[in-house]
Design a protein around this ligand. Structure first.
Ligand SMILES: [Fe+2]
Length: 306
């Protein structure tokens, strides 16, 4: 079939069959995606068995909760971020902390504390390097934001996240910190390790077919929010990771790889209450003020709550 014939056929299937109220946006999207899919089937001469394999793949990815890995693995989550960056630039918003992908492993409801929190429960203390990370949340004019919310979460040394990894304590490596009067936050945790897609899962199986790995460099996730400001979804990467610029999820960005300082001076250790050298990261966040000129920064998606 020609593309013109396909367009007429799909319109006949999707639009001309309506006998009740139509959600115009849903109709527009379904019409477009179905038309594009049919064109691809025609152009690539996809066979019925291939089409059913594809549908079964999507079903399995859904049943095994891997859609949230497939989206970043295909670059969809990064693409959406690029579009959000473009929309903000068009609205004159530049110079803030770069956003990057949320990923599928946030859990709402982490314990809240003022100014400081320790994230780790100590179970990996004998194997891990202690991390102190601190900084200030600023507005776009460089003024510190007191009472801003810093939601932080990261993986353990096995590359696993609490809640999804039931062997970890509740909210291990997850906290919400509100900034102090000077807009500052500080956290103590362990330096996380990178991780990969489940080796036999749907995402990795597809990546295998594409000759790609499914590894992420070590990173720490953040949601930063403050009244009157656009929510920031971002991560920092742990410098030195072999996958730093080879992330299967395309989340590494300039400006999100802070320097790590190793601190070993005895008085500094004493001040921090630790007995071995630790890693220290300084990182400030800069938020944009709310504006009607750019699409909402808050992304609606189903998130786990514990
Ligand atoms: Fe992650």
């Amino acid at each position: 079939m020609t593309h013109t014939e396909i367009e007429a056929l799909v319109k006949g299937f999707i639009v001309d069959t309506a006998t009740g109220p139509v959600n115009a946006r849903v109709q527009q999207v379904v019409l477009r995606l179905t038309t594009d899919l049919f064109k691809a089937i025609e152009d690539l001469d996809l066979q019925p068995s291939e089409i059913w394999k594809g549908l079964e793949y999507i079903a399995e990815a859904g049943m095994t909760h891997e859609i949230g890995l497939l989206a970043p693995g295909l670059g969809l989550e990064r693409f959406v971020d690029i579009r959000s960056d473009e929309a903000e630039a068009k609205a004159g918003l530049t110079g803030g902390t770069p956003r990057t992908i949320e990923g599928p492993l946030y859990v709402a409801g982490a314990p809240v504390s003022a100014g400081y929190a320790r994230l780790d429960d100590g179970t990996e203390s004998d194997k891990a390097e202690v991390l102190f990370m601190q900084g200030t949340v600023f507005d776009a004019k460089g003024q510190p934001l007191r009472g801003a919310t810093v939601e932080v979460w990261h993986a353990n040394l096995m590359g696993n996240y609490s809640f999804f990894d039931a062997s970890q304590s509740a909210f291990n490596l997850r906290r919400t910190i509100t900034t102090d009067d000077q807009g500052r936050y500080q956290l103590r945790s362990i330096l996380p390790k990178g991780y990969g897609c489940p080796p036999n899962g749907t995402t990795q199986r597809l990546l295998d077919q594409l000759g790609r790995h499914g590894q992420r460099p070590a990173h720490v996730h953040f949601f930063i929010s403050a009244d009157g400001h656009r929510k920031l979804t971002t991560q920092i990467n742990i410098d030195g990771d072999e996958y730093l610029w080879d992330d299967f999820a395309f989340a590494s960005r300039e400006g999100l790889v802070p320097a790590i300082t190793r601190i070993s001076a005895p008085d500094e250790l004493a001040k921090k209450g630790v007995d071995q050298a630790f890693a220290s990261i300084d990182f400030d966040f800069t938020l944009y003020a709310d504006t009607p000129d750019a699409p909402a920064a808050e992304v609606e998606r189903t998130r786990v709550s514990a």
